[in-house]
Design a protein around this ligand. Structure first.
Ligand code: IYR
Length: 233
């Protein structure tokens, strides 16, 4: 009886052949190197041009992001794309209010010291200037009230793929997390089961865009990659 109830809601899996598969036609190391030649040029920028970016470009980039894996394939993300000047300006005002608090009171001495080489402050002009603000929301439940799994990891993966896709598209991004970000849900009229995850300005860099030297350094591979660390060879 109990089993019958348990199984009644189960869907039998259906399997299909793997089918079409991407083959770069060159050895994996070479293909990854080519990808790296593009990815290594990605920078978080804070000076955007107001040069327009088409809605179709946003759609194509978000389509890439949604190819990410997710817990039980629940795809617990929502991308809200804002181009309206008034809405961007409202987001800027609310974000700057939080950032002023952060820089003046909330951030620890150590945090401020870690941020110092980036030269960031509470003025976020790019929130007005970038043609698009993409607000990524993490869903805490499906739209019909069902459970989601590993939503943090899933949305993180989709966001990473968004950044990579924007880079492939020749556009620049910033991963901006004004904290707390609740105001984004309110300003954008999102329901309770959508939590702001990241605010990503998307566009072209300003002509005179500079980036902090500090952010260019990448840890050497031997620091981030260990091969078989428990074997002797
Ligand atoms: N959100 C603030 C502070 C900030 C925090 C981290 I961690 C950064 O890597 C960069 C900035 C701001 O955007 O200025």
């Amino acid at each position: 009886m109990v089993l019958a109830v348990l199984f009644s809601a189960m869907t039998e899996p259906t399997f299909v052949p793997l089918g079409e598969r991407y083959d770069p036609g060159i050895p994996p190391q070479q293909a990854a190197d080519q990808f790296h030649e593009i990815l290594r040029l990605r920078r978080s920028i804070r000076a955007f041009s107001d040069r327009p970016v088409s809605r179709e470009a946003v759609e194509a980039i978000v389509r890439c992001a949604t190819s990410a894996p997710s817990g039980a394939n629940k795809q617990p993300w929502r991308f809200v794309a804002v181009s309206d000047a008034q809405t961007k300006s409202a987001i800027r005002a609310a974000a700057e209010k939080e950032e002023r608090e952060l820089y003046a009171h909330r951030a620890s001495e150590e945090w401020l010291r870690d941020l110092a080489p980036l030269g960031t402050d509470d003025v976020k002009e790019y929130l007005d200037v970038a043609p698009w603000l993409i607000v990524v929301f993490r869903m805490t439940a499906t739209d019909d009230g069902g459970k989601v799994y590993y939503s943090d990891e899933s949305v993180g993966l989709a966001t990473g793929m968004f950044l990579a896709a924007a880079q492939m598209a020749g556009l620049a991004t910033l991963t901006h997390t004004p904290s707390p970000m609740k105001f984004l849900a309110e300003l954008l009229g999102r329901p309770k089961h959508e939590r702001p995850y990241m605010l990503i300005p998307l566009g072209y860099p300003a002509e005179d865009c500079t980036v902090p030297l500090h952010a260019l350094a990448r840890k050497p591979l031997n620091e981030v990659l260990l091969f078989d660390p428990t074997t002797n060879s």
